[in-house]
Ligand binder design. Structure first.
Ligand SMILES: Nc1ncnc2c1ncn2[C@@H]1O[C@H](COP(=O)(O)OP(=O)(O)O)[C@@H](O)[C@H]1O
Ligand SMILES: N[C@@H](CC(=O)OP(=O)(O)O)C(=O)O
Length: 443
């Protein structure tokens, strides 16, 4: 039996947290491969080491006028590790490692290298603490020249390397490009590393240790003490993660999905809690019709109206081509007989607003184009919704009672999710109203 255990920043923020992680690993001998993140926040006002490294690298780019501030920040980062090392009674000195980091920052070696040092150093500390071999992720996780993850090369090298290792620590979040430069996954990317390692060793389980007891029906920062989900499918999880449920990175599913390796979201601070099991499929129906609710703020909508547009073959294609030409990704696109509305991330769109509008006019000569901003999208996800009549109706009535004005509602083609568009300022009230109608009223 082989398990891969990933510990997020919240689980490795201090020596006390490290000891909890160490106890979890030692109490189960099958927990053989450990993927640590960089130290996270020790308290709500604290700063994640990764964020300190990004800021520190910015200072290094400004050279002499920020020399003093740069040195202060490097020492502040080093003190975070020294505090953990002292708390774990380790005879480990990172002075040389930090000298190398100083030199590489001064050489402006790259923003991804800078950010990756958090996991790299925490991997060294974790390996020393457990007495496990340390494997630098730059030697076993690879990206293509394009920046895309190189699954084939990674799986080959990593599986060969770990075949000789009974146990190992592999830092999360980063790997290397063909020229040897360090590249990171997007934020939260240690989840992806854990999944890649689980695939490489054909793990029986990928345990993702964090600071909540599983995947919760809604964001605990919006709904007080939300219920935990006991079982969720990969497809449901991806919809929720993509729409903002930040407990697991949305790309962490692919490496394990093909292997059918389950993921178990667990709480480092309550290791006795079962957490959430993420599986390919299950016969178990969700307790509350829906499985989960997630959402994100700051979308913009572009409504294109033209009489008889549905009779013009390729109309939508031409409109979407304008967004592609401006390198803007599309989030949702509900359409009617004479209108289509495109939802995009506001920050991406704002920079190219006028180019897009001009492009649409040139491409399809619409009757009019209307913009809206400060919108939020909420995903209501659940494999049980397909078999339950009236789900949309319950959502509408819940939002009406909460005085939330619905700007858009879009049923995903898979009937796995319903997407609702509301104003940013209604976002939290909308999430709470939907949670109450499906969960609170059922308890
Ligand atoms: N649906 C959800 N279920 C669980 N946690 C969620 C959800 N949505 C958002 N979160 C937030 O995600 C946090 C865990 O993710 P993260 O901060 O990356 O932890 P870690 O540092 O362990 O990786 C939780 O503390 C919680 O506030
Ligand atoms: N430390 C990186 C990678 C990561 O996954 O962190 P965490 O496991 O704390 O979400 C980040 O902050 O993005």
């Amino acid at each position: 039996m082989k398990k891969v255990v990933k510990f997020g920043g919240s689980s490795l923020a201090s020596a006390a947290q490290f000891k909890k992680a160490g106890h979890i690993i030692r109490q189960d001998s099958t927990r053989r491969y450990v993927v640590p993140s960089a130290p996270g926040k020790r308290h709500p006002q604290d700063t994640k080491v990764t964020d300190m490294l990004y800021s520190c690298y910015l200072l290094a780019l400004r050279e002499e006028e920020e020399e003093e501030q740069f040195e202060e920040m490097i020492l502040a980062i080093k003190s975070r590790y020294d505090e953990i090392i002292r708390g774990l009674d380790l005879t480990l000195d990172l002075t040389d490692e930090f000298q190398i980091i100083r030199e590489n920052f001064s050489r402006k070696i790259g923003r991804d290298y800078a950010a990756s040092r958090g996991e790299y150093l925490n991997g060294i500390v974790m390996a020393a603490y457990l007495g496990y071999p340390f494997i630098d992720a730059a030697d076993v996780i690879f990206f293509k020249e394009s920046g895309a993850f190189d699954a084939e090369k990674t799986n080959q090298v990593l599986s060969e390397r770990l075949a000789d290792c009974e146990r190992a620590v592999i830092p999360g979040f980063y790997g290397s490009l063909p020229d040897g430069k360090v590249k990171t996954f997007s934020r939260g990317g240690s989840d992806v590393t854990g999944s890649i390692v689980a695939k490489a060793v054909h793990a029986d389980m990928y345990e993702n240790w964090t600071d909540v007891s599983g995947f919760l029906v809604a964001d605990p920062r919006i709904v007080k003490n939300p219920k935990a989900i006991d079982v969720i499918t990969y497809r449901e999880l991806r919809e929720l993660s993509y729409m903002g449920a930040s407990v697991l990175h949305e790309d962490a599913i692919f490496p394990v999905r093909k292997e059918g390796i389950p993921i178990n979201i667990r709480n480092t601070n309550c290791p006795e809690d079962k957490g959430t099991l993420i599986v390919e499929a299950t016969c178990r129906t969700p307790r509350f019709t829906i499985t989960g609710i997630a959402g994100k703020r700051d979308f913009a909508s572009i409504t294109v109206e033209k009489a008889m547009m549905n009779s013009q073959v390729g109309f939508c294609h031409k409109v979407l081509g304008v967004f592609a030409d401006n390198d803007i990704s599309i989030e949702h696109m509900p359409s009617g007989i004479d209108t289509m509305t495109i939802f995009v991330h506001q920050d991406e769109f704002e920079e190219k607003e006028q180019e897009v509008i001009a492009g649409i006019h040139r491409a399809v000569e619409p009757d009019f184009v209307e913009l809206e901003s400060d919108l939020a999208l909420i995903a209501v996800v659940g494999r049980g919704m397909k078999a339950t009549r009236g789900t949309s109706g319950r959502i509408f009535s819940a939002l009406a009672h909460a005085n939330v004005n619905v700007k858009m509602i879009d049923q995903g083609s898979s009937e796995l999710n319903i997407i609702i568009g509301v104003r940013n300022h209604d976002f939290e009230a909308a999430v709470r109203a939907i949670y109450d109608i499906f969960v609170t009223t059922q308890i």
